[in-house]
Design a protein around this ligand. Structure first.
Ligand code: UDP
Length: 462
């Protein structure tokens, strides 16, 4: 039997591209071939891509490159339109490959994109989702959509859920993904998730690959009877102790600058605060001012990522105009982008102030860095709850009922994490323990390795 040939379809955002590239790495290491595909516009922005044996890059157009104007302003209809365009482009990609005698054994796609499964079916190719959020989120959406809505509180100040879901404490309004909140402008995404789950259930063997690890979310992974959640994470770029062959695949959509690693090297162990809000979210200026105030009052060195010109050259965020810029630059370093896993792996980093995107959260866990959580929307609210209440590796900053987190509150949280008291030591100890478990899962013969190999064996033999 020839080695399998995978088509990996990644949604064009950093949080999908990163784990998909790391999955490509893992597949290549097993001897499989991979065609990695994302939209033409995202692919053009990806820097640091390295050629590798048996790895091909292909692109499909969502219309951005051709300057196609959307026919609607409604986000929901826009997504339908994009899915239609992408489906057509993906068909062409598959047909071109087939005409060259290259047949795909399986299509793996980052959720949520049920249209990929529809296309795969037309060509009789098996497909499977790579879920790029924690298993907890899949569990919550699944239960919510399957008649347990009443058990998931979605009023922000409402009482906790009456019946906890497997592996989770009773949820309050501030713990649930923002799509489930009444009046959320993204509520329609729930319909998309529903369609995704439906498509999965129709599979001969309903299952999902999840970027998590067994020891982290065992109960959540086993919470659904009719769907198998297979933990193959943590899917991260190379980190100390991991087999490094092919592990350096990167595809950053943003450009970094500044010798921050050298700067980190001048700081004492666990002394630096690292601050980043991921690749999508934009902070309002008053929030940035409060963060600056909080950082200054701790007196601790910090490395703060403030993205610039990321989204097709548009000025997204800028430190320009921060009232205390000069003092900030004396105490810390501000960069437009960095190699985050490298930063979190650095011994001088002692705390991560994060928006709790799932990749950032997982990266912090793998590096054993405790967190201050400042979630903004979507799954970030639930991830913050996991960080504080379930894994106890950080604290959630209080944003005045969903509003701005004040400088004093950030300072309080940073002292709790970095101040060296009993709670601080407890968080650090738990973070170290999870770091070991994450590395154990990722190494050869670890749970992620075994789970992925079992999946591959079945794909090859079916
Ligand atoms: N990231 C990075 N450098 C930065 C900021 C972010 O490499 O300066 C990466 C980070 O390591 C993570 C991804 O961008 O893998 C962000 O994904 P996440 O799920 O945390 O958040 P999102 O961008 O979806 O909000």
């Amino acid at each position: 039997m020839a080695n399998p040939n995978f088509l990996l379809v990644a949604f064009p955002s950093q949080s999908h591209i990163n784990p998909a590239l790391q999955l490509a790495s893992r597949l290549l290491r097993t001897g499989a071939s991979v065609t990695f595909t994302t939209t033409t516009s995202a692919h053009r922005r990806m820097t640091g891509l390295q050629k590798s044996d048996r790895l091909t890059f292909a692109t499909y157009s969502d219309g951005v490159e051709e300057g196609l104007k959307p026919s609607t302003n409604s986000l929901e209809h826009l997504m339908d339109e994009t899915a239609r365009r992408c489906s057509e482009a993906l068909r062409q990609l598959i047909e071109t490959s087939q005409s060259k005698g290259q047949n795909f054994t399986c299509i793996i796609y980052t959720a949520v994109a049920p249209w990929v499964a529809d296309v795969a079916r037309c060509y009789d190719i098996p497909s499977i989702v790579l879920w790029i959020q924690p298993a907890t989120l899949f569990e919550i959406y699944y239960y919510y959509l399957n008649g347990y809505g009443g058990n998931i509180t979605n009023e922000s100040n409402g009482p906790p859920s009456p019946t906890p879901l497997p592996g989770l404490p009773p949820l309050t309004g501030r713990d649930i993904p923002s799509f489930l909140s009444p009046g959320s402008p993204f509520g329609f995404l729930l319909t998309l998730i529903e369609k995704q789950i439906q498509v999965l259930k129709e599979d001969r063997r309903p299952r999902v690959l999840v970027n998590t690890f067994d020891a982290l979310e065992l109960e959540q992974l086993n919470a659904i009877d009719e769907l198998e959640l297979v933990a193959i994470g943590p899917l991260l770029p190379s980190f100390e102790g991991q087999d490094s062959s092919n592990a350096s695949l990167r595809g950053d959509l943003f450009q970094g600058s500044g010798d921050y690693i050298k700067w980190l090297g001048t700081k004492p162990a666990a002394s630096v605060i690292y601050i980043s809000f991921g690749s999508i979210s934009t902070l309002l200026k008053p929030q940035k001012e409060e963060i600056a105030r909080g950082l200054l009052s701790t007196g601790r060195p910090f490395l703060w990522v403030i993205r610039k010109g990321g989204d097709h050259g548009k000025q997204e965020e800028s430190e320009d105009g921060l009232s205390c810029e000069e003092e900030l630059r004396k105490q810390g370093m501000i960069v437009p982008w960095c190699s985050q896993v490298e930063v979190l792996s650095h011994p001088s980093v002692g705390c991560f102030v994060t928006h709790c995107g799932w990749n950032s959260t997982l990266e912090s866990l793998v590096c054993g860095v405790p967190m201050v959580a400042l979630p903004l929307w979507a799954d970030q609210l639930t991830n913050a709850m996991l960080i504080e209440d379930v894994w106890r590796v950080g604290v959630r900053a209080d944003g005045n009922g969903g509003g701005i987190v004040e400088g004093g509150e950030l300072e309080r949280c940073l002292e709790l994490v970095m101040g060296g008291g009993k709670r601080s030591e407890g968080m650090r100890g738990k973070a170290e323990k999870l770091k070991d478990l994450a590395r154990e899962a990722a190494k050869e013969g670890g749970s992620a390795d075994k789970n992925l190999k079992a999946f591959l064996e079945e794909i090859v033999s079916s």
